[in-house]
Write a protein that binds this ligand. Structure first.
Ligand code: A2P
Length: 276
């Protein structure tokens, strides 16, 4: 399995199982993912599936130490004390005594008074959790370059990860390049554009020239760019395939063609504009 190393030495499986919008049949889907061999599962308090993910893991009996579990503090729990409380709630829902990775789910909207302070206080709580050994790595999610720079102004510990919406047609190059320079590992949520890219004609043409599906092309492209991918599926065949597809090399000209695609498949969730 592909493994990446965070700058603090923690190893993270490069293909994780995304669980955004997984609210039905959670036990069964997680059991399929574990049986397929996923050891990295990405959840969040707001996904409302932590409890069932924890139960499914327990029922499966897999050794906790072989798993890499991520969760995220939701927007209405920002701030130092709230974040510490939210973390404990996530832990107890997951029935675990530590997390592998804990992220700030979204930066505070810059139009909010004190947005910068809210992010700084939330980050301080994550630093505290890390130093207390309750989480093996800490990071950000949906933070653009300017949000990360502001966090770094007050941080003692640099984030190890930033999770962003990234897929062909929405590459967020400025933030990704900045993260790479900072040794912050980038994770791609919605790596297949939440399914919106599956019928894209440009991608279909490139995928067929390698004899693969668009889903596989998207995942290979992002892995080749050095990212961690978090594909989501409820279909047992796709779940297995997304982890085990035979790795190949996309030629440079095709990499460039994919990079040159116009904006497509974007969720519309701009971190500077969201108001939830
Ligand atoms: P399904 O649950 O039927 O597999 P993303 O990971 O970008 O959020 O995309 C998730 C969407 O992509 C889901 O609709 C999922 O549908 C679909 N999907 C995931 N993996 C594959 C795959 N290997 N082939 C086709 N569709 C896939």
């Amino acid at each position: 399995m592909d493994i990446k190393k965070l700058y603090n030495g923690v190893e993270i499986p490069a293909v994780g199982f995304g669980t955004w919008q997984l609210t039905e049949g959670v036990h069964e889907v997680i059991e399929h993912a574990l049986q397929a061999g996923y050891t990295h599962i990405d959840t969040a308090a707001v996904y409302k599936n932590e409890q069932e993910i924890g139960e499914a893991i327990k029922k499966n009996g897999i050794d906790r130490s072989s798993l890499f579990i991520t969760s995220k503090v939701w927007n209405n729990d920002r701030g130092y004390d709230n974040t510490l409380r939210a973390f404990e709630t996530s832990l107890s829902r997951l029935q675990m005594d530590y997390l592998d990775l804990y992220l700030i789910h979204w930066p505070a909207n810059p139009t909010r008074e004190n947005a910068q302070q809210e992010n700084a206080d939330t980050w301080r709580a994550l630093e505290e959790l890390y130093q207390a050994g309750k989480v093996k790595a800490i990071g950000l999610s949906n933070f653009l370059k300017h949000h990360i720079e502001a966090v770094l102004d007050n941080a003692t510990i640099k984030p190890m990860v930033n999770q962003l919406e990234i897929h062909p047609g929405y590459l967020q190059t400025e933030t990704v390049d900045y993260c790479k320079k900072q040794e912050i590992v980038v994770e791609a949520w919605s790596p297949i554009g939440s399914g919106r890219l599956l019928q894209n004609e440009s991608l279909l043409a490139i995928a067929s020239s390698y004899g693969v599906s668009v889903a596989t092309l998207c995942l290979q492209f992002l892995l080749q760019e050095g990212l961690v991918v978090l594909p989501k599926s409820t279909n047992p065949k796709n779940i297995r395939y997304n982890l085990h597809f035979e790795r190949f090399t996309i030629r440079n000209d095709d990499m460039e063609a994919i990079k040159a695609l116009p904006t497509t498949g974007f969720s519309g969730l701009n971190p500077d504009e969201i108001n939830f």
